[in-house]
Design a protein. Structure first.
Length: 249
């Protein structure tokens, strides 16, 4: 009993005891399944802190980035969602994976253990509560303002838009030139087109992997993401057209 109480004290795990008193196995399995689809594997280990791992699928997933206009066109309701956590050093692996997962959710790091987003993440947080007992270490808040800052300052404090600008501008510069070259090709080979398509998709992924996909009203005035996406669409359409010429079937 002393060993159990000592473990509880170390991990702050009274919630684990409560969770296991009246377990809802179906809800737990559903939450674990939803998180798994987002690339987060959760394994419960008795009274110990759950074990978390990001899968390769999460790192490679780009579905949202190939439809960024869906996120840009979302009307912001003026509410910030802030996730604040305090994970003890004894549970550093849990903390490290949680931080990476929050970044995968395109949340911004406002401060060291304060993460923020304009998107409603209550469903994801509910799954983390059910599957990973995140409520032991964290709380999710809704706020109309953050320290009285204007929204644009909150954005600049939470995401590195200077770095994002450089990456996306580089993509635009390189592939605007490639589009001109492609336009001038009379009869490109199938291999050439396929190689260009693969390279462009990889470059596009790199250009957007750090993009939080904020609603348009929160984006900086010099944001290059929309230009990069428009260029990606033009290149994709042009490559598709050239492929039809090479292989009309």
């Amino acid at each position: 009993m002393l060993d159990v109480l000592g473990d509880v004290a170390i991990h702050g795990a009274w919630a684990f005891l409560h969770n296991r008193t009246y377990p809802n196995r179906k809800a737990l399995d559903q939450a674990i399944g939803r998180l798994s689809k987002q690339g987060l594997v959760v394994k419960r280990r008795g009274l110990d802190t759950p074990w978390l791992e990001l899968t390769a699928g999460a790192e490679e997933s780009m579905e949202a980035y190939f439809h960024p206009d869906k996120w840009w066109n979302t009307k912001w309701n003026g509410i910030w969602y802030l996730l604040v956590y305090d994970v003890p050093e004894a549970d550093r692996p849990y903390r490290n994976v949680l931080r990476k997962f929050l970044r995968r959710q395109r949340m911004g790091c406002f401060q060291k253990s304060v993460w923020i987003t304009p998107h409603d993440i209550r469903p994801q947080y509910a799954d983390l509560e059910e599957a990973a007992a995140v409520e032991v270490f964290a709380c999710l808040f809704e706020a109309r303002t953050v320290l009285g800052m204007p929204a644009e300052k909150v954005v600049w404090e939470s995401w590195d838009f200077d770095q994002l600008y450089d990456i996306q501008k580089r993509f635009c510069d390189v592939y605007a030139g490639n589009l001109e070259i492609l336009d001038g090709l009379v009869s490109p080979s199938l291999d050439t087109l396929m190689r260009l398509a693969a390279e462009e998709v990889d470059a596009f992924r790199s250009a957007f992997v750090l993009d939080p996909l904020l609603p348009s009203q929160l984006l900086p005035c010099d944001y290059k993401g929309k230009e990069a996406f428009a260029l990606h669409q033009k290149l994709t359409n042009q490559i598709r057209s050239k492929l039809m010429e090479v292989n009309p079937k």
